[in-house]
Design a protein around this ligand. Structure first.
Ligand SMILES: [Zn+2]
Length: 177
């Protein structure tokens, strides 16, 4: 099957580069000096790779949020984090300091050595069970500041199927609509 792609010419590119995006766009970046034939050849040689990545991005579940909804989501995320942190801290017998909500791009949450927890506002749109896992993960860092076996044993007390939940979480992309 022929692959439809967008060709971008770059004065800085020294070699060809392939990118596959969550919305199934394929972009080929090529140096200006390369002829069309060479580009076509390159894409043809990477057909299997492109199809593999297209399949992978298509299996992701994308949650779309309107950009003007962020303020509301931040409020919801804070209420959710406060409620679930209180619930699970009681379960574990942990105490934490402060909860804050951040607009991080890559992280779902973090825990500082001072006992401050922060969460990505995107937890507000996660399925409840997955949001709970994010909360439990950061709470357990209060006791184990690492990802050791002891840490995961602790996580498993509240989320026994955390492996499956983590896999699901990795598959979720939250993007603006
Ligand atoms: Zn962690």
């Amino acid at each position: 099957m022929a692959i439809s792609y967008m060709l971008k010419r770059s004065a800085r590119a020294r070699a060809m580069r392939l990118s596959v995006f969550p919305d199934s766009r394929v972009i080929v970046t090529a140096p200006i000096f390369l002829g069309t034939g060479a580009v076509e050849n390159f894409v043809e040689r990477h057909t299997a790779w492109i199809h593999k990545h297209l399949r992978r991005t298509m299996s992701k579940s994308v949650i779309r949020i309107p950009r003007n909804d962020i303020t509301r989501l931040k409020r919801n995320a804070l209420a959710l984090a406060q409620g679930r942190c209180m619930h699970f801290a009681k379960y574990y017998g942990f105490s934490y300091n402060r909860i804050s909500i951040r607009a991080q791009k890559l992280r779902w949450g973090s825990c500082s050595s001072a006992g401050n927890l922060s969460f990505n506002y995107r937890i507000a749109v996660l399925p409840p069970q997955i949001a709970d896992y994010v909360v439990v993960h950061e709470l357990c860092h209060l006791a184990e500041m690492n990802h050791s076996g002891r840490f995961w044993t602790l996580v498993a007390r509240a989320v026994p199927d955390h492996k499956r939940v983590r896999k699901e979480l990795r598959n979720i992309i939250v993007s603006f609509s």
